[in-house]
Design a protein around this ligand. Structure first.
Ligand code: HEM
Length: 426
């Protein structure tokens, strides 16, 4: 808090840069000072109010009228005229999906699209996730070394996501490129010269989403959430709109796969950095579900989310005017001592680990959370069983600079293939 007549923005708030290495490497550590001294502050570099404590963030999630999610997918860095012209040339018109839809439109749409996320519906995907994981592990298990991101964690969640959506397996490499471009376009700070390349990728992604949707409309029968959406459109045309379907086809591919790929990479890294915890889950796989929650709490794949204040509000004693944009740093909330005892400690037996805010909270809470959990649990079950002797290779971790989607670009692990347990149990 500033004395009268002094600049109201503190030195730390002035320096806050979510695109720099400090935030990229460890967002909650980077914001420790804020949680302790200035839990809600204005960032002049970003033009956002940054909220860092658990209680404030949960209260914001709980009230989606005062705190509108409408800006959740807005470009955090406005692009220049050249990139905008490129996007326009592709007819780019990403609009409201669910995550950025206001009431009263949001809830009826969420309700009519919920069924494919029920536990019974999700069960149907489990054998495929396990089978795919096994096939991918087979490819490198005798190598003694792998980049888990490139060799499994990107493609398996992408394949699962496409199956879940009902999309035929498309060009995986193109989708990976497009998804990263979408992340940079939405949550990053591309330099002017990068903006044009990003805009072309995002434009192509938008058109591909439109083509996939058009093909799907020819025969929307059978399993898949997007096909289900097309069928629900017939019954509820004003709830499930054309604009929704096209936007969701693109956003859904990212929501369902990039989040989960990153979450698993973060989880594997964290577990291997804590060999005792890794050994514990190898010896007792019943610990895996809570270990997954603790990984999502300690180092989740969504580091921050956004809301727009629709009226004047007070957060942590700070008056914030209507129309303000908020960056709510969920990864910081997850390390708030006021809610999680010894919050920085990684404890796979923590009893309130699942209270993390990595999936958001309230009306918009992640619909795919149980699909993501299931995938993460299966990955850990397969890795602990088949590669319990795996360890982290020496490496430096890099991240795609952005406020929200977070996971290492590569994750090198190594093991002695001669000691693979399956050599002894044919
Ligand atoms: C919403 C995170 C996986 C589909 C969200 C939100 C977050 C999030 C932070 C916004 C919550 C809010 O505003 O309160 C994650 C993380 C994942 C993950 C960390 C993986 C570890 C998935 C998967 C799907 C999915 C696999 C499957 C399609 C959705 C949908 C919404 C959503 C449809 C919008 C819900 C609404 O606004 O009503 N997710 N997600 N997510 N997520 Fe996920």
């Amino acid at each position: 808090p500033a004395a009268a007549g002094t600049c109201p923005v503190s030195v730390q708030a002035m320096a806050f840069d979510p695109f720099g290495d400090g935030y990229q490497q460890d967002p909650p550590e980077y914001l420790r000072w804020a949680r302790e001294q200035e839990p809600t502050f204005f960032s002049p570099q970003l033009g956002y109010w940054v909220v860092t404590r658990f209680d404030a963030i949960k209260a914001i999630f709980r009230d989606n009228i005062t705190f509108s999610p409408s800006i959740a997918l807005e470009k955090i860095t406005p692009t220049g005229p050249e990139a905008n012209a490129v996007l326009a040339s592709y007819g780019y018109a990403m609009n409201r999906t669910l995550v950025n839809e206001d009431e009263p439109a949001h809830m009826p749409r969420r309700r009519v699209l919920m069924e494919p996320f029920t536990p019974e519906a999700l069960k149907a995907h489990e054998p495929m996730v396990r089978e795919l994981t096994r096939q991918y592990v087979d490819r490198f298990i005798n190598d003694g070394r792998a980049d888990l991101v490139d060799q499994l964690l990107w493609e398996v969640p992408l394949t699962v996501a496409l199956h879940f959506l009902g999309v035929p397996e498309e060009d995986m490499d193109a989708l990976r490129r497009y998804s990263i471009a979408h992340t940079v376009n939405t949550w990053g700070r591309p330099k002017p010269e990068e903006q044009v390349a990003v805009a072309h990728a995002v434009g192509n992604f938008w058109q591909l989403a439109g083509q996939i949707l058009a093909k799907m409309r020819l025969d929307p029968s059978g399993p898949g959430w997007m096909k289900y959406g097309i069928r629900q459109q017939v019954l509820h045309p004003e709830v499930v709109t054309d604009s929704y379907l096209h936007s969701m086809m693109m956003a859904g591919i990212v929501a369902a796969h990039e989040t989960t790929a990153n979450a698993t990479a973060n989880a594997m890294k964290l577990l291997l950095q804590h060999p005792r915890a890794w050994q514990d889950i190898c010896e007792d796989p019943s610990l895996i579900p809570n270990a997954v929650e603790e990984c999502l709490r300690h180092n989740g794949s969504v580091a921050a989310w956004r809301r727009l204040a629709t009226t004047d509000v007070v957060i942590d004693g700070i008056a914030i005017p209507a129309g303000s944009k908020l960056l709510i740093v969920t990864s910081s909330a997850n390390h708030d001592e006021r809610h999680f005892a010894d919050a920085d400690l990684f404890d796979i037996r923590r009893d309130n680990a699942s209270e993390h805010l990595t999936f958001g909270y309230g009306a918009h809470q992640c619909m795919g959370k149980n699909l993501a959990r299931m995938e993460m649990q299966i990955f850990l079950e397969e890795f602990t069983r088949r590669l319990p002797h795996m360890r982290l290779a020496q490496q430096t971790f890099s991240y795609v600079p952005n406020t929200s989607f977070r996971g290492p670009e590569h994750l090198w692990v190594e093991w002695d293939a001669a000691l693979n347990p399956e050599r002894n149990t044919p």
